[in-house]
Design a binder for this molecule. Sequence first.
Ligand SMILES: Cc1cc2nc3c(=O)[nH]c(=O)nc-3n(C[C@H](O)[C@H](O)[C@H](O)COP(=O)(O)OP(=O)(O)OC[C@H]3O[C@@H](n4cnc5c(N)ncnc54)[C@H](O)[C@@H]3O)c2cc1C
Length: 384
Amino acid sequence: MSRHYDVIVIGLGGMGSAAAHHLSARGSRVLGLEKFGPAHNRGSSHGGSRITRQSYFEDPAYVPLLLRAYELYEDLARGTGREVAMLPGGVMVGRPESRTVSGSLRSARQWGLAHEMLDAKEIRRRFPTLAPQDDEVALYEEKAGLVRPEEMVTAHLELAARQGAELRFHEPMSHWEPYRDGVRVHTADHTYTAGQLVICPGAWAPELLTDLGVAFTIERQVMYWFQPRGGVGSFTPENHPIYIWEDADGVQAYGFPAIDGPALGAKVAFFRKGEITTPDTIDRTVHAHEVRAMADHLARCVPDLPGTFLKAATCMYSNSPDEHFVIARHPAHPGSVTVACGFSGHGFKFVPVVGEILADLALTGSTAHPIGLFDPARLAAAPA
Ligand SMILES: Cc1cc2nc3c(=O)[nH]c(=O)nc-3n(C[C@H](O)[C@H](O)[C@H](O)COP(=O)(O)OP(=O)(O)OC[C@H]3O[C@@H](n4cnc5c(N)ncnc54)[C@H](O)[C@@H]3O)c2cc1C
C-alpha cells in the first residue's frame, strides 16, 4: 500500500524547502523527498552567502517579487530565530552604459526604489576598499545585502517539519507517473501517491524534466575566500559593501563583506564564465590557474583583498536559454505537476517568494504574483 499525500515536493534545496514550508503552512499534507541531506553542498544552495538586491539589472519584472521576498525574509527570521538575511548595502559598479549599472538604474527608476549614483571619486571616498577606474560609476542601494543559503534552507525545513510535513532525506525519486487524478512517485524502496507534484530539481533539471522541452545548461561555478592584507577590519559589513562589478568586456564579478569572522576572510566569485557540466561529472577541484585569475582581478578592483587565498568551493548554475526562471504548471501535466527550475545563477534571493508561488500554483492552479516572464512556453516557441 502506498501512502497518500496532498502534495509531494521533489528536491528540498532552496526552492523545494520553501515550497514545503508554504504548502504545509496552508494545511496541506506534504511529503518532501531529497536526494542528499538537509542543506547539503552538492547542488546550488551552499557557500554561506548569496547577494540580494532590489534594483534588479536583469529585468524590472523581478522587482515586485523582490519586494515580497524581503517581507518574507523578516517572517522567516521571526519564525525561526535564524539570521537568514543581512542588508548592509551594496554597489553595482561599471561604466554608465554597462548592463549592471544601466539595468539597475532602470529598475530603480521604474519602481521608485531608493538609490544613489556615485562617481568614481565618491565610490573611493565612501568605500576605500574599492578601486574603480575613473570612467566607472556605481548605483548604491542601501537595501542590498546578502541572504544565508544554508540558514534559509534550514529555516524552511524546520518550519515545514513543525507544520507536519514529512521530510525524507537520502531518498531520491527514481521516477513518477500520472495516477488517477494525481501522481505516483517511486523511490528505490517506496511508492507514494499524491494529488499534486512540485518538482524543484536545481541542476538535475535536465534529468528530471526531460519532457519540459527546455534546453537547460548546467554551469560549474567557483566561490573563493581570501584573507585581506591587513586582516578583515576594513572588510566588515560597515566598511565593505556587497558589490557586482562589470568590466569593460562585460565580465561581472561580485563580492561580500567579511561576515564569518577573521578565519574565513571575504568571499568573491565571477558571475558566469563557468564550464558546462553535469551534477555527476562536475570537477570539484579548484585549480591554481583559477585562483590566480581571481587574484589578478581583485588586484585591480579590490587591491587589499588578495592577501592570502584561504579556500574555494564549487557550485552549479542551472541556466535557461534566456537566463530567466521557469516557474509554472508543467505544460504536459497541467492538472497535477508544478515546476521551478532554470534559476540561472540568480535565484536564491527569491527563495521564499518562489515557495509562496509554488504553493499557490499547486493548490489553486494560479498565483497573484506576476510570473508571466517565467512561462516555459517562451522557450519552447524560440528557435533551437
Ligand atoms: C556559486 C553560486 C553563486 C550564486 N550566487 C547567487 C547570488 O548571489 N544571488 C542569488 O540570488 N542567487 C545566486 N545563486 C543562484 C542560487 O543559489 C540558485 O538559483 C538556487 O540555489 C537554486 O535553488 P534550487 O532549489 O533550484 O536548487 P538546489 O538548492 O540545488 O535544490 C535542488 C535539490 O534537488 C535535489 N534533487 C535532485 N534530484 C533529486 C531526485 N531525483 N530526488 C530528490 N531530490 C533530488 C538536489 O539534491 C537538491 O537538493 C548562486 C549560485 C551559485 C552556484
